[in-house]
Write a protein that binds this ligand. Structure first.
Ligand SMILES: Cc1cc2nc3c(=O)[nH]c(=O)nc-3n(C[C@H](O)[C@H](O)[C@H](O)COP(=O)(O)OP(=O)(O)OC[C@H]3O[C@@H](n4cnc5c(N)ncnc54)[C@H](O)[C@@H]3O)c2cc1C
Length: 327
């Protein structure tokens, strides 16, 4: 790890000003940043700890929904009564993350901004996994954990478990920079699928602090759920997930928002699955059909065909979980 300067601001304004220096990084729980620094994937000259900034904390109801501060920990989301009541899809995503230690240290802002776990990226081959001649290594190499959607040239999978759940719920993120002040964007636009060797897979500018997440209140009778499929229960990322948010008319799905996770370089919205379930009651058969629609255009690589089946099952089970139907 290189030497770095350490700053400990107590306001967002101060943090944003400190971030105007080149090669600065925000430090929240440090569970991803520090390992990236040890691997020289991140080499900041200045590290700005934001955990002491009170205005970045807290989970609170607003006039339009729920506000979650960027430094709220994964554990706070997993256990918060409001989150569990309004957005079980988010609580389940939080409960699945890593281990108690990581859930206590890691923050929701850090989770959304964490770097991909693609082993080519982590070994210094960039987001596209290219060697020094520009040859793409993922399609010809070890690709069992890589993307089955998107079709390249980026094949890493977005590592955030919160991303798909928040995208299905139509959340927005807010960020602040000293130069441009505050801005807000849909979480779906926050995740960027690189087409060339850009340095970042999120739409956050290098001098911005992500400050909060805003989730609109669900309409009456709405349902949401997340279903994750993992190799093992703890200390690993999921292989495939699905998050669904449904508006209902009685037992009929009026409209659905269905987003798959860990199968593409960004949370992957499935219009085909949404169309397949709209206007139907959720049964094992209709949920299965939506799962099949979700993966109809999947393009697996040489070693990850198994993820197609997992993604299909994740969609089916997320729908069944949302409706409280046994599959
Ligand atoms: C073994 C293991 C298993 C894991 N499993 C999962 C899993 O299943 N699902 C999942 O989603 N995650 C998983 N994680 C990742 C974990 O959730 C993240 O490491 C954690 O949430 C990151 O939060 P942090 O506060 O520690 O971020 P940090 O490490 O402090 O920061 C991570 C990155 O985000 C930037 N950043 C952080 N906060 C902000 C902000 N407010 N504004 C701007 N930039 C910011 C930092 O500069 C850095 O680039 C796992 C991690 C480990 C080690």
């Amino acid at each position: 790890m290189h030497n770095f300067e350490y700053a400990n601001p107590t306001t967002v304004k101060e943090a944003a000003e400190l971030l105007t220096a080149a090669d600065s990084s925000v430090l929240a729980g440090g569970t991803d940043l520090l390992s990236s620094m040890k691997d020289y994937i991140a080499t900041p000259k200045r590290v700005i700890n934001i955990k002491g900034i009170k205005e970045l904390g807290g989970i609170a109801k607003t006039a339009t929904g729920l506000r979650i501060g960027a430094t709220v920990t994964v554990d706070e989301i997993a256990t918060n009564a409001l989150v569990k009541a309004m957005f079980p899809s988010l609580a389940v995503a939080a409960q699945g993350i890593a281990s108690p230690q990581i859930r206590n240290m890691g923050t929701v802002g850090g989770d959304l901004c964490q770097r991909p776990r693609c082993w080519y990226f982590r070994q210094g081959y960039g987001l596209l996994g290219q060697d020094k001649f520009g040859k793409q290594l993922v399609p010809i190499g070890e690709n069992r954990y890589h993307a089955i959607f998107g079709g390249g040239p980026a094949y890493f999978v977005s590592p955030s478990s919160f991303g798909p759940a928040l995208a299905a719920l139509g959340a927005k993120v807010k960020m602040v920079s000293a130069q441009y002040g505050a801005r807000e964007m849909d979480i779906a636009e926050f995740f960027v699928i690189p087409k060339n060797n850009i340095s970042r897979e999120i739409a956050l500018m290098p001098n911005e602090v992500l400050t909060e997440i805003l989730i609109p209140a669900p309409p009456a009778g709405a349902k949401n759920a997340t279903y994750e499929i993992r190799h093992r229960e703890a200390i690993d990322w999921p292989l495939a997930t699905a998050s669904v948010a449904l508006t209902m008319k009685g037992t009929t799905v009026q409209s659905a928002s269905i987003v798959l996770g860990h199968v593409a370089p960004a949370p992957w919205k499935s219009g085909a699955a949404e169309a397949a379930i709209a206007g139907k009651s959720i049964t094992a058969e209709s949920a299965e059909a939506a799962g099949a629609a979700a993966v109809a255009d999947a393009k697996p690589l040489s070693q990850n065909g198994y993820k197609v089946q997992l993604a299909k099952v994740a969609v089916k089970r997320a729908l069944l979980a949302a409706a409280g139907v046994k599959g």
